[in-house]
Design a protein around this ligand. Sequence first.
Ligand SMILES: Cc1ncc(COP(=O)(O)O)c(C=O)c1O
Length: 458
Amino acid sequence: MSPLIPAEWESIEAPVIRTEPPGPRSREILGRIERHAYPGLADGLAPFALASKRAWTVTDVDDNVYLDLASASASVPLGAGREELIAPAVEAMRRFGNEDSHALASELTAELGERLLAIGPPGLSRYDLALNGTEAVEIAVKMMRRATGRPVVIGFLGAYHGESTTTAALGAEHAEISRGLRGLMPGFVHVPYPHPYRSPLREPRPGGSGDATVDYLRDHVLFHALDPGEVAGVVIEPVLGSGGCVAPPDSFWPALVELCAEHGWLLCADEVKTGMGRSGHLLAVERWAVEPDLVCLGKALGGGVMPIGAVLGSERAMGFDDVPTGSTWSWLPASCAAALATLDFYEREPVLENVRELERLAAERLAALRDRFEAIGDVRAIGCFEAIEFVRDRETKQRATELQHAVAAGMCHRGVIADSSTTSLNLQPSLVMPVAALDRALAIVAEAIDAALAADGG
Ligand SMILES: Cc1ncc(COP(=O)(O)O)c(C=O)c1O
C-alpha cells in the first residue's frame, strides 16, 4: 500500500460515466448560472455541475465520476479531501476564526514564514503574506520597483501571472487577458519566452551570450528601446504553466542570470503553479539550480484546502518597510495551518518520487501519441505537468485550437477532465495519483484524439 494513499482511496473506481454529460441535473444548474452570472464565467465552465471531489476524481450531480487532470488549476496537489490537511485547518478555524494577520499575528505566521524560507532558494531571508498567487505577484512587482527605484519589469510572451490589472499586464499568455488595459499599464516590456518549439529566436549569435533569447534582449531590446538602468528586473515562470508546460533550453538560465547581475536587475521566479512539487522538485528553480532574488508561491501551498500565497525575497529585494501589501484574508490562521500540514506531508512522504514516476510514464505515452498522430506538433512532460500542442500542419505549426478543444470535450465525455488553454491541452494530475490511474487517463486521451480526428474527417 502506498504511503501517499489513505486506505479509503484504494477502492476508487474511475472513470464511471452513467449519463452522457451534461446530464439533466447538471443542465438545470448550469442553466441557472448562465441566466444570471457574468457571461464570461459561463464560457469557461465544464459541461457538468460538481457534486463532490475525492482524491484524483471529480463526481458530477448526475453521478458521473471523472479522472481529474485539472486539479483545480493545479491548486490541489495531494488529492481532494485529505483528512490530515483538512483537520488542522478546521481546528485553526475553530480556534481563531478569521483574523487579519497583518494586524494580529499568531505563532502560525512565524512558523510558516520560517518553514518557507527554509525550503526556499539560498539567500532569501524575508517573506510577505499573500492571499493567493495573483496577490503574491502583485507584491513582488511592487517590491522590485521599490528595491531598485526603477520602473520597468521584463516579462515573457506566453507567460501567465494572473488576471488583476498588474498581473494581466505583466503576463502575456494571450492578448485577450490584457485587452482594454494593456495601453493603460506602462512599465512592462515583453520578450518571447525561451520556448524550444515556438520561439522565433532559434540560434544564439556567435560570440554572444550563448542563448538566443538573451542575445535578443541584449542586442535588440536593450540596444534600441530600453535603457537597462530603467529595469527593475525580470519575472519569469521557470516552466510556462497555462502557456503549456514549456521549459527554457539549458543555455537560457546562466545567460539570464549573468545579464541580471550585470545590470543589477532582480530575478523573480513565479512559482505559483510550478512550486510545491509539480515539477518533481519542491521548487522548479531547483531543477535548473537557479537562485532567484524573489519567489512567488500560491495554489498548492494551501494543500488544496485553503487559499494562500507568499513572496520570499532577499534582503535587497524586501528589506524595507514602506511598501503597503496584502489584504484582509491573506494568511488567515486556517490557511497557515493547512500550508504547514502540507509542508509536513511533503517532508514525511515520497511525493516527489511519485511525481517523477508519473513524469516518466507521461513522457513515454505522450511521445507515442506524437509518433502516432500527425496533428500533434509537440508534447512536453515535466513532473506532474504535461502538454500536447495540436497543429494543422507540422511544418507551419499553425495551431489547431478547435481540434484541441474537441479532444478535451471528447475526454470529458469519456470521463477525464483537463485544462484546454488557448495554447495547448494541459494535463496536470494530482501529485499522488497512482501511475495506473494516469495511464488509464492517457489511454482515454488517445481515444479522444482518434474520435476528434475521425469527426474532423481525418
Ligand atoms: C504562474 C502563475 N502565476 C500566478 C497565477 C495567479 O494565481 P491565482 O489565480 O491562484 O491567484 C497563476 C494562476 O494560474 C499562475 O499559473
